[in-house]
Write a protein that binds this ligand. Sequence first.
Ligand SMILES: Nc1nc2c(c(=O)[nH]1)N[C@H]1C(S)=C(S)[C@@H](COP(=O)(O)O)O[C@H]1N2
Ligand SMILES: [Mo]
Length: 572
Amino acid sequence: MEHEPPVPEASAPLNSWRSRLDYALLGMVATGSALAISELVAGLFLSAPSLVRTIGQRIIDITPAPVEDWAISTFGTNDKLVLIIGIVLVSLAIGAFLGLLARDRPAPAAAGFVLFGVVGFVVGLTDPLAGSTLTLVAAVAAAASGVGVLLGLRSLLRRSPSPAGAGTPGSRRMFLTASAAGVAVAVGEVILGRYFANRNQTAVAGREQVTLPSASQPAPATTTMTTEPTESVADTAGVTASEAADQVETTTTAVSTEASSEPAVEGVADPTPAQVAPIEGVSELVTPNDEFYRIDTALSVPRVDIETWTLSFTGLVDTPFSITYDELLAMPMVERYVTLCCVSNRVGGGLIGNAKWLGVPLRELVERAGVRPEGTQLIGRSVDEFTVGFPTAAVFDGREALVAVGMNGEPLPLDHGFPARLVVSGLYGYVSATKWLAEVEFAGWDDFDAYWIPRGWAKEAPIKTQSRIDTPQPGSITAGTNVIAGVAWAQNRGVEKVEVRVGDGPWVEAVLPEELSIDTWRQWYVEHDFAPGAHQISVRATDATGVTQTAEIQEARPDGATGYHTIRVNAA
Ligand SMILES: Nc1nc2c(c(=O)[nH]1)N[C@H]1C(S)=C(S)[C@@H](COP(=O)(O)O)O[C@H]1N2
Ligand SMILES: [Mo]
């Protein structure tokens, strides 16, 4: 027990706070070294699992829906990082406990690390992409490193009986120095592991070597929305498709002919020809790949080697078949703009992006397999065993549905599903957009529920008509005329009209540039003269079937959030 006040010269009791701290630190350093070496092994060998990430993956898989909701709504797309940090912190806490245990009972403490390795091995085996030998190597390395560091540091500590400075004075310092060195080595292993992982992943995937074929049916040219006057539209309308295509990346072109046929919009500034710029703050019509949202259950991007990858069509079909990556690339390709959207996107949220996809119409592949009438559900399975499921009818009803290999002119980025993914217009990603696609299986509608269905999400999930204000941002604006602008979407139906309301004013129709396709979002803008003071701005879209999005507020679960995006600004 503690004595008050502590007697400096006496040998401090072993359970003094400092001694405890030392042993807790020892346990944490040992744990860190165990986790770190598994990161290094995982980086060096792509079929070796990272213990932290595999454990995290299993946690994701078994997390109850409400907890997952909470995590996504609290941490957003940082949820994975938070999970990893959480696992590391919990491991360190267990390690601290083992360290304290090691003071008097080193054998059970060491056994704790061996157990850690065993658990790691068992969990590692559940990773569908891990090889069992390398999983064993990773687990043994982790356990050995943990036990070694534990016992090594412990022997240093034992040689310093007096934390207060008596005994062998240098040895506590030696212990601390050794601990610091252990931490440094662990950090180094993690950094090296990540470095090798990135390098190997790219090399193994073979993505760098891929040259995509060109599309037999290219996508239409894009135009960027500007507040350009409608008169100049004639210029744009006159250019040929290929000229327009040439301009796509580099220049902005005018608003559409369609906009010009709209009635003059109250509050929109008079035409000012010549120099035009895209409206600042509005989402780009085509989302650059590195800005495209990423949502998936994969803690580490699946390692797919295109040399061995195949895509199989199985289940209730007449002629099951598999094709290789090269065979897929040899098929006639089409290019389509489709806006992808996550069902978890809250009203006004950013889990949506528009890309130009290059791929093979799903219909052609499905017809080759010959789906039987009972095969009413299409299941898209990924290499890491994630699944989507949607009605087979969606393949045949004329909508855009692709096995995509390209995204905005390059092979699919690893994060977005290289080597191939599904893209289906009008269906939320979780029921349709399998990344790292491995298998398309046909089953009865009631015979299988895909990944998110038992987790409380709707089985049928058509994308709801929605609109978002991109500019101004909530907060302060300058009083006077401001451009209000954003995007609206109703994939597979098309957006017909967007209306904006400021305060209690009337709903004012926004200007829409020409529609890229019914499968993509549409930019819109309207100008408004803001009196000084606080204002509320709302937007609503009407799809091409004439239905206006509902004002009713609903959260994302189970089938997509609804309500008008509304922001508050203060004009000064
Ligand atoms: N293999 C796999 N594919 C997946 C998912 C996943 O978790 N695993 N998530 C889906 C969901 S919920 C969405 S919204 C889209 C997101 O695609 P992106 O990350 O390319 O934007 O991918 C879909 N495809
Ligand atoms: Mo999603």
